[in-house]
Design a protein around this ligand. Sequence first.
Ligand SMILES: Cc1cc2nc3c(=O)[nH]c(=O)nc-3n(C[C@H](O)[C@H](O)[C@H](O)COP(=O)(O)O)c2cc1C
Length: 308
Amino acid sequence: MSSVDLSVDLGRGLLLPNPVMTASGTFGYGEEASQYFDISKLGAVVVKGISESPRQGNPPPRVVETPSGMLNSIGLQNVGVEAFIAEKMPFLRDAGARVIVNVLGSTVEEYARVCKRLDAVEGISALEINISCPNVKEGGVQFGMKKALAAGLVKVLRELTGRHLMVKLSPNCGDIAGMALAVQDEGADSVSLINTITGMEIDVATRRPVLGGMMGGLSGPAIRPVALRMVHEVYNAVRIPVVGIGGIMEGRHALQFLIAGAQAVQVGTATFTDPLAPLRILETLEDYLREERIALPDLVGSLNTGSL
Ligand SMILES: Cc1cc2nc3c(=O)[nH]c(=O)nc-3n(C[C@H](O)[C@H](O)[C@H](O)COP(=O)(O)O)c2cc1C
């Protein structure tokens, strides 16, 4: 059987052997999953969001199943940048995985300090900037909700790192194509979307919110049509690569995102029900390209909008 070229070049040194990554927060730091498969087979591992200091996260319950998806309010729990570098990076490096570090912060200065610290660390392929974080100096409004805040953040980070900057967009911002353009104009190398959609669940017996953090982020199949629409809108608006995320459970879904314009995809919630989902998805993708005799770059954005 002829082999298919699955490699993707997302620019500024981010060259991946294939377009299937794991999504931040759903794959930890890669250690648990490596019991099930060789994580170097993934396009890349996107690790749990890293802040300057360790964070405890929100009170439990932190996850609840919802129709065709789940709500989580983990609350940005993580080990902090120093422990990540000392305790998590050696494993990922030894495993031969491409590592994308998801970065979060409460101020522009915190993001900058974390990125600067990571800049000196070997074995990191890119930084994914999670702008769905409350900005303490702006009264808690998320960076990802206002174009000026997001653009200002990317401008600062662009000046301090030569690393590939992937900016992860929030679906809660209203104008996601405008947001993508704003971060592109300040030097983002790619955009990934979507992060979770804000939601809540209520227990009628107690009339209390089900999640300890009250509100949570909706992920899984329920958000896929929204994510697909946003990926397509952003693809039509920007010239930088787009990475598609949201409810990808099987290969067919990844194909939908590529056809909508994504050059690569991330798989999140699916790994909770099947840790091998990213590899299954990769296999389907490879079979499709072989059977359809189409090269990966030709599939990207190949949505047929002609009349039926
Ligand atoms: C439990 C959980 C934790 C997450 N943590 C992060 C995070 O730390 N940083 C981030 O940018 N996205 C985080 N996300 C969002 C996912 O990376 C992804 O964007 C979202 O879940 C949609 O993809 P999916 O439907 O395939 O899960 C988290 C999602 C879940 C379910």
